[in-house]
Design a protein around this ligand. Sequence first.
Ligand SMILES: [Zn+2]
Length: 291
Amino acid sequence: MRHYLSKIIKKVLGFTGYFQLYGVPFKFLPLFNYAEKKRIWEPGGLLRGETIFDELTRRDVPYYVHDSAVNDETKLARLTADIEAQRIEFAYCSLGKLDALMHAAGTRDPSVTDLIHWYDQEVRKLIATAAEHYEEVAWYVFTDHGMHDITEGYDLIADIEKTDLRWNEDYVAFYDSTMARFWFFNDGARQTMTTLLSNHPKGRILPNEELNTEGVLFEDGMYGELIFLINPGIQMVPSFMGVKQIKGMHGYHPQDPDSASSICSNRKLPEGLTKIHQIYHLMHKELGISD
Ligand SMILES: [Zn+2]
C-alpha cells in the first residue's frame, strides 16, 4: 500500500529523487519536509548548494551518471557503452545491490561473498574497457558506508511515549532505524527528553561538539535539535523507516569498526582521506578544477 502510494505521491508532486513513505505515520507527514525531492544526481538536485553535476554541466564536461531506477547490470552496460563510444570524460556510477543484499541477509551470508566477486569481475571489465578507449584513466572504487549485523531490536518510541510529553505540543520526533531526532516547543520538554535520553542504556545523545567534528552540525536544527544515536547492532523497531527487524543496518557512529568504508584507486590516495565528503575534492582534482 505504502509502496504504491509513494509512487503516486512522487508522480503528483513531481519528485524525481528517491522517494519512499516508509513507515512515517500519515498524520505526521505534514510536519516534515522531504530533502530529496529531485534526483540528487542531476544539476539542481539539492535544496541547498551545488553538486559536482552542477559544475560538470556548467563546464560542459560530458559525463555519465547512473539512473537509480535501473538495476546494476543495466547501469554497468550503459556506462560501458558510453566508454566504448568515447562520449564521456567523467563517470559516476552508484551500484545498489550490495547495500540491499546486506540489509536483507547480513554481512556474513555466502551470497554477499558471491556478489562481491561479481562486482570484482564487473569493475575489472569496466576498467579494462576504459583503458582500451582512453589514453588516461583514473578510477576510484569506494563504498559510501559500512554495514552492521543487527543483533537486537529496541522500541525507543515506547520509552518516549511513557513520558507525559505531548506530540506536536511539546515535541516532534523523527524515528530513523538508528537515530531519533527531536524538535521542541518549550524548554521543559527539552529538559525531560534530555534527562530521559542522557542515561539511556541503549544509546546516547550526540553532543554538538561531536556533531561538529563529524561535519553534521546544522545550527538551525534543520535535521533535529537533539539527536539520539542507538548503540551499534541495535535497530530501532518500530521506527518511521519500518516495523520489521532486518539483518543489516548502517547509520551508526562513524567510529564503530563496522561503519568503516573502503576506497581503492589506481592513483595515490591523499593522506588524511577519512570522510566521504572528501570524494568531492578528489573529483575536483581529477577534473582539473582544483589541485
Ligand atoms: Zn542501505
